[in-house]
Design a protein around this ligand. Structure first.
Ligand code: ACO
Length: 431
């Protein structure tokens, strides 16, 4: 028999259906609450609201579990790579040899940016914030490929395979071009090589002399992108779903996700971590000042790379990335003083009651910046790399919304807390 929960309001009893997920997660179905009772469910920031049923990613924040389509992140990080995990996240199964070939082929075929789109870059100041450029250039994909971006779910789903591959591949190329543009370097066209090698090639090769990519570097970049491939209903993914729910096309919805990711409390955190570590280094501090400031409770002085909206024990990605960071630095023979500072800071915070009692642990961003630095990626490109990694998750979530025959436009409610009704007064009568 289906489970229900009883709700008593003003001496009346109501039954709320219970939805149980495949991993046993339970939710009260409040969809009819307002119609039946006149009440809405209040949940500022949606921290305890299931906005959808999704088959993409399972996350148990209390126990530090993250699985994509059932596969533990630890296994994917060890055995898979970014492109294969992207396929898994989007299509639900690990690809066969043939499926993998077709998917990789599409990514390679659609990597280049057409001259008309290349011209867009010239319209930006050289020091424009990279995420602002990325979001607007990705939105322009809808203008350049209107046949793939009709704002009609049925038509856009019919072209989904092509649009998805284009989005993943071109976001990567646009990211590399941003780097070149901001550094006054000419555009390096993509080559017919694997995804991560191609990103490094487009960023770092000179026009006639190829950048030789060390296998450790490709591996580290693969791990980094793979660990970002999806993360359930985070701020940017929910934004993609929200925008997509209005039947907005994939490219437009992705652009909105990129905007959401740009904030320092979300994707911008990796940049903030590096600024924090660098200041500690420059001030010859041991981190004491940052820890003390972080405990003030002010949002602007938080210990960056610490804490997570859902992981309240540990972030499984942080464990993998901490190890990957050690590995790549050792293999490349890099002795980065910021790594030592990060480790000391982590140890100090993990002994401090403020952080322990609030269950604040390092998140994925705490060490990811040090890896990117080791790969030669500048700090202002960190969130761009995050966006390249997160594209498959956004795309998979957009597809779920578009393909849901019972889906409806996302439209939360609010509790109005402004002035009650009052009458308009002409300007001459206002104090
Ligand atoms: N440093 C110091 N104190 C913190 C931190 C931090 N990094 N994070 C949370 N707290 C404190 C809060 O002030 C609050 O204290 P209080 O109970 O005394 O009021 C308590 O811990 C609980 O914090 P919440 O605000 O409930 O945490 P929430 O789940 O809303 O926020 C967030 C999560 C945004 C990630 C937060 O921990 C944060 O700002 N961290 C730093 C930024 C960061 O690293 N973001 C990356 C997240 S991972 C990602 O997006 C890929």
């Amino acid at each position: 028999m289906a489970m229900t929960a009883q709700l008593k309001l003003d001496d009346k009893e109501y039954s709320l259906p219970v939805i149980v997920g495949t991993e046993g997660e339970k939710a009260l179905d409040t969809r009819k609450l307002r119609a039946d009772t006149g009440y809405i469910a209040y949940d500022q920031g949606y921290g305890n609201t299931g906005s959808c049923e999704s088959a993409i990613t399972y996350l148990d924040g209390e126990n530090g579990i993250l699985r994509h389509r059932g596969y533990p992140i630890e296994q994917l990080a060890q055995h898979s790579n970014f492109v294969e995990t992207a396929y898994l996240v989007i299509y639900g199964e690990l690809p066969t040899v043939e499926q993998r070939k077709v998917f990789s082929g599409r990514l390679r075929q659609h990597a280049a940016i057409e001259p008309q789109m290349q011209a867009i870059f010239q319209g930006y100041p050289k020091d424009a914030p990279p995420m602002a450029m990325l979001s607007s250039i990705v939105a322009s994909l809808a203008a350049h490929y209107p046949q793939l971006a009709t704002n009609d779910f049925e038509k856009d789903l019919a072209n989904f395979d092509l649009a998805a591959a284009m989005a993943i591949s071109k976001i990567r190329t646009i990211g590399a071009m941003l780097y070149r543009y901001q550094n006054g370097l000419p555009y390096v066209p993509p080559k017919d090589i694997p995804f991560c090698d191609n990103l490094l090639h487009m960023m770092f090769s000179e026009l006639y002399q190829d950048y030789v990519v060390a296998p450790e570097v490709t591996r580290a970049l693969n791990t980094l992108l793979l660990l970002h491939a999806d993360h359930e209903q985070n701020c940017s993914t929910s934004t993609v779903r929200m925008v997509g729910s209005s039947a907005a096309n994939l490219f437009t919805s992705l652009s909105a996700g990129i905007c959401a990711l740009s904030g320092p409390l979300h994707g911008g955190a990796n940049t903030a971590v590096m600024h924090m570590l660098q200041s500690i280094h420059d001030e010859h501090d041991d981190g004491t000042r940052f820890i003390a400031a972080a405990k003030s409770g002010s949002k602007s002085s938080r210990l960056m790379g610490f804490g997570h909206a859902v992981y309240k024990n540990f972030d499984p990605r942080a464990k993998i990335i901490g190890q990957a960071c050690d590995d790549v630095l050792t293999k490349l023979g890099i002795n980065d003083p910021l790594l030592a500072i990060a480790k000391n800071l982590e140890q100090a915070a993990l002994k401090d009651d403020y952080f322990l009692s609030r269950k604040l642990y390092p998140n994925v961003d705490f060490y990811s910046g040090i890896i990117m630095r080791a790969l030669g990626i500048p700090v202002n490109m960190f969130t761009i790399i995050f966006a390249i990694g997160r594209a498959p998750g956004w795309i998979a979530n957009w597809r779920e919304v578009a393909a849901n025959p019972k889906g409806r436009i996302y439209r939360p409610r609010q509790v109005y807390a402004g002035p009650v009704k009052r009458d308009y007064r002409p300007i001459a009568q206002r104090g």
